[in-house]
Design a binder for this molecule. Structure first.
Ligand SMILES: N[C@H](CCC[C@H](N)C(=O)O)C(=O)O
Length: 262
């Protein structure tokens, strides 16, 4: 049996995208999900996204990390909007469902403006921070993040006692300019550094913006540039959070589903 897929990337975070409005994909088969995301034995991706029908929404995105676990994915959501536009499901604006709830988004000339869920608060973790932007994120400010041992230090925090049993994503941030940060992320469920992490840069932008009375933050990642804008209420709640950046279709293909199990 063959299944058609498209490959998308959002600032280097890459995804296998499947038009699964027929609900034919065996989503319980997490071995299959991991195999498809495997960069040697499969297509290769940070995650896999199914586009499904959902009453009351333009579509539902079902996101899987490369290890088959599920969470909210900001870059993946931006790619899901671009893919849905490509499929003709939407035009320039959309209202869709993800694991953390409903999202609005607009797409124009390949740039997606995604409304993230509201964020209740930031939590201090010693000199670091924790924030949940639809996925859990630990945030540490460091000097010269381009030289930082992201995978080694990220794995320690991700698997640390503090975050048992579910773990967390881990972001390391350096300040480039008064409104511009450089973020590198160790991603839970990929179990490696990714070239960017949408929910991660959103969390970092909220922490940095709140500390510096900003409402718009530019973010450099290894995979490209993103922007986050937001409003902060007196009680420290964050609303009107937008993650803005490109999403690109890079190729299409078919994979055979009757692979021998390794
Ligand atoms: N690895 C994350 C989900 C994907 C996050 C990232 N790819 C993004 O763009 O938000 C987690 O399991 O919490």
């Amino acid at each position: 049996m063959e299944i058609s897929f498209y490959k998308y990337q959002g600032t280097g975070n890459d995804f296998v995208m499947i038009d699964d409005r027929s609900a034919a994909f065996p989503e319980q088969d997490l071995k299959l999900v991991s195999r498809i995301c495997d960069r040697k034995f499969g297509v290769g991706a940070d995650g896999l996204i199914l586009i499904r029908h959902k009453e009351g929404y333009d579509f539902e995105m079902v996101y899987f990390n490369a290890d088959g676990s599920q969470s909210m994915c900001g870059n993946g959501a931006r790619c899901a909007v671009a893919f849905s536009r490509f499929l003709g499901i939407i035009d320039e604006s959309t209202y869709f469902l993800a694991i953390d709830g409903a999202h609005e988004a607009r797409i124009s000339e390949g740039i997606v403006r995604l409304k993230m869920g509201n964020v209740k608060s930031l939590t201090n973790k010693g000199k670091d921070y924790f924030v949940n932007t639809g996925s859990p994120h630990h945030v540490r400010f460091v000097e010269n993040v381009e030289l930082y041992p992201v995978v080694e230090e990220g794995a320690k925090i991700r698997y640390g006692k503090d975050y048992e049993p579910g773990g967390t994503n881990v972001n390391f941030v350096s300040v480039l300019e008064s409104d511009h940060i450089f973020v590198r992320t160790y991603e839970r469920g990929v179990e490696d550094e990714t070239l960017s992490c949408g929910t991660g840069v959103t969390g970092c932008a909220l922490v940095f913006g709140s500390r510096n009375e900003l409402r718009k933050v530019r973010i450099k990642t290894l995979g490209g540039d993103l922007m986050v804008s937001f409003s902060e209420s007196a009680g420290g709640n964050f609303e009107n959070i937008f993650l803005i950046g490109p999403a690109e279709q890079v190729f299409e293909g078919k994979f055979k589903i009757d692979w021998p199990q390794v």
